[in-house]
Design a protein around this ligand. Structure first.
Ligand code: 5GP
Ligand code: ZN
Length: 114
């Protein structure tokens, strides 16, 4: 999508600190980290939000979670644990309208989130 920041990151028009990519999924460091490790896991294809996922995205969503497992293991986050966050829509606090999971690790998380 032409004016989407994350599509531009996928196509490398905007630089990012890339952690992993395959034909479907792209992982990079958040520019404004909220934890010692703060990754963003996104589909390469533009999907606006979790509310816009359809039947055809089932395999992609599964692959995103396999990637989260593999990347967190590689970075050594899996032993102590980490948090996966999806902000969906306005009340969910979503600021970038391209589906993404935040993966936060390296500190104790609190509940409930703000
Ligand atoms: P949201 O609030 O939509 O759930 O999360 C958007 C996230 O994208 C924020 O944590 C923000 O710091 C991150 N972000 C926004 N623009 C950029 C960018 O240009 N590069 C990177 N690496 N992260 C970005
Ligand atoms: Zn996009």
């Amino acid at each position: 999508m032409a004016d989407c920041i994350f599509c531009k990151i996928v196509s490398k028009q905007i630089p990012s600190e890339v952690v992993y990519e395959d034909d479907q999924v792209f992982v990079f460091h958040d520019i404004n980290p909220q934890a010692p490790t703060h990754l963003l896991v996104i589909p390469k294809e533009h999907i606006q939000s979790a509310a816009h996922v359809t039947e055809k995205d089932k395999e992609l969503l599964g692959q995103m979670f396999v990637v989260i497992k593999n990347v967190t293991e590689k970075l050594g986050l899996d032993k102590e644990g980490y948090r996966i966050v999806n902000n969906c829509g306005e009340l969910g606090g979503q600021q970038v309208d391209h589906l993404h999971f935040h993966v936060l690790g390296g500190r104790q998380m609190q509940w409930p989130p703000g």
